[in-house]
Design a protein around this ligand. Structure first.
Ligand code: GLY
Length: 371
């Protein structure tokens, strides 16, 4: 597979996700027909700007579009009020109008921040996501969750604001470090685990080639992931129900991220992978799925050279009680009850608030002890 389009059908907010290597060169052809001024405002970060901005701007000018870019510091700390203010004021200074299109060019941080700035600017302007990380291509650029972090927690300030178009240029994945690529792959595996056992089988067969650079495999994996996310978002855009399935592994992940101070010790996608393994372990202990399922999940993550266990996180961690306490601060808590995504097997995840606290504590205690 060399190229694909996934359509997200939402009333009045439908859009396409284009997936192929080399899309940056064609970006002008996609943006020019969208209307608005022939001047495009790009929000990016310094790393992405250095690697790819010239290519993006050349792609725009090939279709007669001029552009200006704001490059922000890379990293999660950029998802804050100060950078949001800077971005919104810059867009206003660039005279962005209602009919214009703002481009978010980067990973999840830039997509979330620029998307939120677009959501609140002039009560909402359109934006195009051009995700440059695997995590952003398969998850954060799709589905319209935008926002910033608060000192009280991650993503607590934000809005649902769907992009007008997503361009996932899979050639850009070639400049990711192996660690960043594999962290994004954690989200890819999540899709197989939550709802498509055949996709997980396929990943077991093709994951190593995909990581080594096989472009057809990359396009196929990004496409299947986006298709699954689009299906879920179409059913439940604002997470009243099914969309929470996308949070498989995330309750554990958020506690581990908080315990490691949202630092380089644990990337989000790494936490998702460990969290998925723990969610399957918990499901097996509750006799919802067979013990073979968590073993298979762990074997695949291990085969890919990924972090699998809590013990793979460098440095000290708090005890199981403290981790459970951190889970309770997650925004997925409803009426004080922890909401988990568990599984009846690979590809058969479901949402439940009915998880005995002791079972979670035992899984965490054993994981911390390396059992
Ligand atoms: N990343 C989870 C969601 O978009 O709902």
């Amino acid at each position: 597979m060399t190229a694909a389009t996934v359509h997200v059908e939402l009333p009045g907010r439908a859009y396409d996700i284009e997936i192929a290597p080399g899309l940056l060169a064609q970006v002008g052809q996609f943006l020019a027909p969208m209307g608005g001024r022939k001047h495009v405002c790009i929000v990016t970060d310094h790393n992405v700007a250095e690697l790819h901005l010239a290519q993006l701007q050349a792609g725009l000018s090939a279709a007669g579009l001029t552009s200006e870019a704001l490059a922000l510091p890379p990293g999660e700390a950029t998802k804050c009020w100060a950078e949001l203010e800077r971005t919104a004021e810059w867009l206003l200074a660039q005279k962005v109008e209602r009919g214009d299109v703002v481009v978010a060019f980067g990973g999840g941080v830039i997509g979330d921040l620029a998307g939120f700035a677009a959501a609140i600017l002039r009560r909402g302007v359109r934006f195009v996501q051009i995700p440059t990380s695997l995590l952003a291509q398969v998850d954060s650029s799709v589905g319209g969750k935008t926002g910033i972090n608060s000192p009280m927690g991650k993503n607590l300030i934000g809005a649902f604001h769907q992009p007008a178009l997503v361009l996932a240029d899979t050639a850009l994945l070639g400049t990711l470090t192996a660690r960043d690529f594999l962290a994004g792959y954690g989200e890819v595996v999540k899709y197989g685990l939550l709802g498509d056992a055949r996709f997980f089988d396929w990943l077991e067969q093709n994951g190593p080639a995909l990581a080594a650079g096989d472009m057809d495999a990359r396009v196929r994996a990004v496409t299947r992931s986006c298709q699954m996310k689009a299906d879920i978002v179409q059913r439940d855009e604002t997470e009243q129900g099914d969309r929470a399935l996308l949070n498989l592994g995330h309750t554990f992940c958020h506690a581990l991220e908080a315990a490691t101070g949202y630092s380089d010790r644990l990337l989000h996608g790494e936490g998702v992978a460990i969290g998925c393994a723990l969610a399957f372990e918990l499901s097996a202990r509750l006799r919802l799925c067979s013990q073979e399922d968590p073993s298979r999940v762990r074997a695949h993550l291990r085969q890919m050279g990924m972090k699998v266990d809590i013990a793979d996180i460098p440095g000290d961690l708090p005890d199981a009680d403290a981790l459970l306490e951190l889970m309770g601060q997650d925004k997925k808590v409803l009426d004080g009850k922890l909401r988990f995504i568990l599984a009846r097997g690979i590809g058969e995840a479901f949402i439940t608030s009915d998880v005995p606290r002791d079972a979670v504590l035992t899984v965490l205690t054993d994981a911390l002890a390396g059992r």
